[in-house]
Design a protein around this ligand. Structure first.
Ligand SMILES: Cc1cc2nc3c(=O)[nH]c(=O)nc-3n(C[C@H](O)[C@H](O)[C@H](O)COP(=O)(O)OP(=O)(O)OC[C@H]3O[C@@H](n4cnc5c(N)ncnc54)[C@H](O)[C@@H]3O)c2cc1C
Length: 464
């Protein structure tokens, strides 16, 4: 057997963007950290992804921005198109500026920085199998090492950042953490990185990431076209999960054939993946245990961006772990603070965007064309509600929207109701309970909001 250390302050499972961030900040504090990943070290960071990340996270965490071989290109903002491509909303707020990265180089950098920060032991090609418990509290993991041997590793806290398919979430003994992510809260994706000669084709809007909403071509999701450099793009499609087995065909027909005009291409990478698109799990922690990133559904429900939130969550989880270990109490009462930080920050935004996502998925292309062209719910509205939890439309604005929506009063009413519920849920999340004891009452209120939105959708379907 390999001579490995078996007892730690913290074990982090998964060396993706969330796990490396958590490991780095715990290690920086001088605690004993073990980081494990089932991939071999050289493959860490290799993930099917759109590769876009905003620049804010690097400022918040005070870490290096992507540069040199990690960086594909700088991004000024996002362009969102209606299905008929007649309306384009350009989003230029600071949150939309950032980078398209070379994913593996980016991932390797984050891994190396975590190791340099003092991670005690990094085990690659090591699979987390199950959680270990003592007196109802997680106190370690069973893992399968690269030599095939199964061993137990102990820790005061386990941070699970093992991504969407987290095996640990499915096995956790907890009444707070959901084990399953519903199919309707997940999006199936397929994407390729396509290189062509700049002589044959120009990269469209090389400083913007482009998103096209189209319920017929990308049912339930969207088509994306992200630049990488003057001759390379990252293009893909997201759809409802029921398109499993068909998503590649949809990609070929509705994305590749439409957006790649030359046949003289190199496909540098291709593949599929699943992304959760709901608000974060009800609780991202329990005794001795925290979940980070995709494992905790901490992904922007509207566009599926999860790099930034996984890193934010990794940072918050690290701080909560450090605090719990310092005071010698790893119970959920102490780790609750992690939930508080997640829910009151990006959790509030994601809950609000989750409602928007649910409603958008029910709209037809005609509804989307109409609503977007007439600004019934504009890009600015969405950004304002989701980032501030409020939207102060003047009476004049309301009247203008009402006038523009006059030929589709039901759509206008639905969008107004949605706007109100988005504000409401964001406020609830910003007032997330400080203590676990207040949580059940809070949860009831959130369920009520979801029930109302679902009822609106059922009524809409009935009236069709
Ligand atoms: C097609 C697609 C496009 C996307 N585009 C974007 C985008 O443009 N911008 C953006 O911000 N987000 C995007 N996302 C989402 C983003 O990739 C994820 O949200 C983000 O990578 C989450 O990071 P994570 O650390 O939680 O998990 P991951 O990056 O998935 O890392 C999990 C790690 O855990 C390891 N692991 C898994 N199981 C085990 C186990 N049992 N034992 C040990 N290790 C294990 C894996 O090997 C992996 O290294 C996209 C996702 C998809 C699928």
């Amino acid at each position: 057997m390999e001579n490995i250390q078996k007892s730690f302050d913290v074990i982090v499972v998964g060396a993706g963007t969330g796990g490396t961030t958590a490991a780095r900040f715990v290690a920086k504090k001088g605690l004993d950290v073990c980081l494990i990943d089932r991939k071999q070290k050289a493959k860490i960071g290799d993930k099917i992804c759109g590769d876009a990340v905003g620049n804010e996270i690097f400022e918040i965490l005070k870490i290096n921005h992507p540069k040199n071989e990690e960086l594909s290109c700088h991004i000024k903002g996002a362009k969102l198109y209606s299905p008929n491509l007649k309306k384009c909303i350009t989003l230029l707020d600071p949150k939309q500026t950032g980078y398209v990265v070379n994913r593996i180089e980016f991932g390797q950098r984050l891994l190396n920085e975590a190791l340099d920060a003092g991670v005690k032991q990094f085990l690659d090609k090591t699979m987390a199998l199950d959680l270990l418990y003592k007196n109802g509290t997680v106190n370690g993991l069973q893992v399968k090492l690269k030599n095939g041997e199964k061993v137990n590793l102990n820790a005061k806290i386990v941070i699970d950042a093992s991504g969407f398919y987290s095996p640990l979430r499915k096995k956790v003994k907890s009444s707070l953490i959901e084990k399953q992510v519903l199919k309707e809260d997940s999006i199936l994706c397929y994407r390729e990185i396509v290189k062509f000669s700049p002589k044959d084709q120009e990269v469209k809007d090389p400083e913007y990431i482009t998103i096209i909403l189209d319920q017929e071509k990308a049912p339930g999701g969207y088509i994306w076209y992200f630049p990488k450099n003057e001759s390379t793009i990252n293009i893909g499609i997201g759809t409802f999960m029921e398109y499993r087995g068909k998503v590649k065909d949809l990609y070929k027909k509705n994305v590749f054939q439409e957006y790649v005009k030359t046949r003289n291409v190199d496909i540098l990478s291709s593949g599929g993946g699943v992304v959760p698109v709901r608000r974060p799990l009800w609780s991202c922690a329990d005794n001795g245990f925290m979940l980070v990133g995709d494992a905790a559904c901490q992904v922007n429900p509207l566009h599926g961006g999860g790099i930034d939130p996984s890193m934010r969550a990794g940072y918050h989880a690290a701080n909560s772990a450090i605090h719990a270990i310092e005071i010698g109490n790893n119970s959920i009462n102490e780790l609750w603070d992690y939930n508080y930080k997640v829910m009151t920050s990006f959790g509030a935004e994601f809950a609000s965007l989750d409602l928007l996502r649910i409603v958008l998925q029910t709209l037809s292309n005609d509804d989307l064309n109409f609503g977007l062209e007439r600004d019934l719910l504009s890009g600015e509205d969405v950004l304002e509600i989701s980032s501030t939890g409020s939207l102060n439309l003047s009476l004049v604005d309301m009247a203008v929207k009402a006038f523009k929506g006059i030929s589709r009063p039901n759509l206008l009413l639905d969008l107004n109701f949605l706007r109100i519920k988005m504000k409401e849920i964001s406020k609830f999340y910003k007032n997330f309970p400080h203590k676990l004891t207040q949580f059940p009452e809070w949860k009831e209120k959130i369920i009520e909001i979801y029930d109302k939105i679902n009822k609106m959708i059922v009524n809409k379907k009935k009236s069709k």
